[in-house]
Design a protein around this ligand. Structure first.
Ligand code: ISL
Length: 574
């Protein structure tokens, strides 16, 4: 039916531009590099590309610190390049969204410079610039990247709030002019042809009046103090509805529109532009209940949210070196799908630029065996691309990318890892223990360059972040040609989704959810049914009986014994 929004059927793919492809040899990925590889994404079957930030930035946090929302980062190219990229996506039947980082700006943004020059002037109210004693921050909130969330600005004789790095100063959304500025930025990009945005830490934008101290016990528990005051702030819903109306609802025709992709994968006519750009919220810490409030189909706030609970087995954080419990994947999706409302929809992601690779977490080191790596890579693709929800792939997942063998701090580039290491050492941890945490959780695992060829193929120069040597067979050039590869597995699954609404909009019925290490369900719509069976464990298992006649489609035949990490997809014979 026409009433289903496009993003419910779509497969999204996150590009981390800095590490995708470098066209000019400076070691940093760029827009031309992405354009050069658009056919890779179209061949895989991607419906919508999401780019991590490409805007002007001093790169204290790799682009998540923006100094000009209407300019492209020097190292990445020009606005003309972006226009070409948008057109290149649309011509191939792919939409494209950008990353809106508006909880904070860089301290090099003109707004902040003006605010510091005249804290009592109009720009002063764009930020949290609090007067007070230079020896005592306004409250006890801490930064996600270590230390207090406040920094003294001597020129202004004020404290500035920064929930993330020193140079990422928080915007004060209570100021109407801030909300207008953000809406204008969104309109400006929509007119250029962008199809929406992923909204960075968007659930943090409303801070309560008076900026009260955080509860120290909650702080101790979470590792960050003050979060309970702003992770679902008092005016959040109001701000999001305003942003939808004033920013995301199109006022001007876009420069180009996307061509339709038909169920067989071929291209049709250009579509009429969407009336509203898609709003994908990055919402750390909201959980199922609040996530439902933010993205409920009746709420008019966000379209989709990222629920981060999937990333670690409960009781663990990404800084722990532990064995991820494969049954948790099943338990998580069961709980999540049961927890949302009729008519609501979820985003399904396993990897992004802020986390180690799920493949490595699940395989627990055994991925050094190429057969295990392939099996786990397939299993994760099977779950992600047949779950009821909208999949967001992260670059490299289609190549079964794994964590890196970093051995020294100076190999890392991420401000979070570097600050955290120093903080742990200052707190008395030995170098060995501090490093063990960093290596377990560093965001740089996922940020290393894409492997386009066995030699690398990312750059002709020196990459800004060096990945470790990798096994033969897992570069794009090799994977694309191999019908049994993890890449081909993704491609087939995406093709199946496109041709069969049962795998997108269809119902999902779990099979024997109580059986440990077994993850299976039936997806069904309009009398068509697909059976998904996974052996989510490192050993063989007997395949549980499933009623009905099933024809293997992927990974078959359905042998009595399932091999370690085996996944299969079958179709019901009518
Ligand atoms: O690393 C985290 C905190 O320890 C994560 O919670 C992460 O910071 C959080 O998910 C927010 O991430 C987003 O905003 C950050 C940026 O560094 C991340 O790359 C981005 O995805 C600040 O803009």
């Amino acid at each position: 039916p026409a009433s289903v929004p496009w993003w419910r059927d779509a497969v999204f793919y996150q590009v981390y531009p800095r590490s995708f492809a470098d066209s000019d040899g400076d070691g940093i990925g760029d827009i031309r590099g992405i354009i050069d590889h658009l056919d890779h994404l179209a061949d895989l079957g991607v419906d919508c590309v999401w780019l991590s930030p490409i805007f002007a930035s001093p790169n204290e946090d790799m682009g998540y610190d923006i100094s000009d929302y209407r300019a492209v980062m020097d190292e990445m190219g020009t606005l003309d390049d972006v226009d070409d990229l948008i057109r290149g996506c649309h011509e191939r039947g792919m939409r494209i969204i950008l990353d809106l980082v508006v909880n904070h700006t860089s301290d090099r943004h003109e707004w902040f410079e003006r605010a510091v020059a005249d804290p009592d002037g109009p720009y002063g109210s764009y930020y949290f610039l609090e007067p007070g004693d230079p020896a005592r921050p306004p409250n006890n909130w801490t930064s996600f990247f270590s230390g207090p969330a406040w920094r003294w600005i001597p020129e202004a004789r004020r404290w500035a709030l920064h929930l993330f790095a020193d140079g990422q100063v928080d915007l004060r959304w209570d100021t109407p002019a801030v909300r207008d500025e953000v809406a204008d930025i969104v309109q400006w990009w929509l007119a250029r042809g962008i199809d929406g945005f992923r909204l960075d830490v968007i659930n943090y934008i409303s801070k309560p009046e008076g900026l009260p101290d955080g509860n120290p016990f909650v702080g101790e528990l979470m590792g960050f103090t003050g979060v309970e005051h702003y992770f679902y702030g008092p005016r959040l819903g109001e701000f999001l509805r305003g942003l939808r109306a004033d920013g995301f609802t199109r006022r001007a025709a876009p420069a180009s529109t996307v061509r339709r992709r038909l169920p067989d994968g071929s291209l049709g006519d250009p579509q009429t532009p969407d009336e509203v750009g898609v709003m994908v919220g990055e919402t750390p810490g909201v959980g199922i209940e609040l996530g439902r409030m933010l993205s409920g189909s009746d709420r008019g706030e966000l379209d989709l949210v990222f629920n981060f609970d999937v990333l670690d087995t409960p009781g663990h954080t990404r800084w722990d070196d532990y064995d991820f419990d494969p049954d948790y994947l099943k338990d998580y999706y069961r709980r999540y799908l049961e927890g949302i409302g009729e008519g609501d929809w979820i985003a399904v992601f396993l990897d992004n630029h802020d986390n180690p690779r799920m493949l490595s977490k699940l395989a627990g080191g055994a991925e050094s065996d190429p057969a295990v790596r392939t099996a786990v890579g397939r299993l994760l693709a099977t779950v992600q691309l047949t779950m009821r929800g909208t999949p967001f792939l992260f670059q490299g997942q289609e190549l079964a990318a794994v964590d890196q063998n970093f051995t020294r701090l100076d190999q890392l580039r991420d401000v979070e890892s570097i600050n955290r290491y120093e903080e742990l050492r200052a707190a008395g941890k030995g170098p060995h223990d501090a490093w063990a945490e960093i290596i377990a959780g560093s965001r740089d695992h996922a940020r290393v360059p894409m492997r386009w060829s066995p030699e690398g193929g990312f750059t002709s120069g020196t990459p800004w972040l060096e990945g470790s040597d990798d096994a033969l067979g897992f570069s794009a050039a090799e994977q694309v040609l191999d019908d049994a590869s993890v890449y081909s597995w993704h491609k087939k699954l995406i093709g199946l989704r496109r041709a069969n609404p049962a795998l997108t909009r269809g119902t999902l019925t779990w099979l024997r959810p109580g059986v440990k290490g077994y993850l299976a369900y039936i997806r069904e719509a309009d009398g068509e049914a697909f059976l998904v069976e996974c052996n989510a464990s490192p050993g063989p298992r007997r395949r549980p009986k499933v009623a009905g006649d099933w024809e293997p489609i992927l990974g078959g035949p359905r042998a009595e014994t399932m091999t370690p990490w085996e996944s299969t997809v079958s179709r019901r014979i009518r």
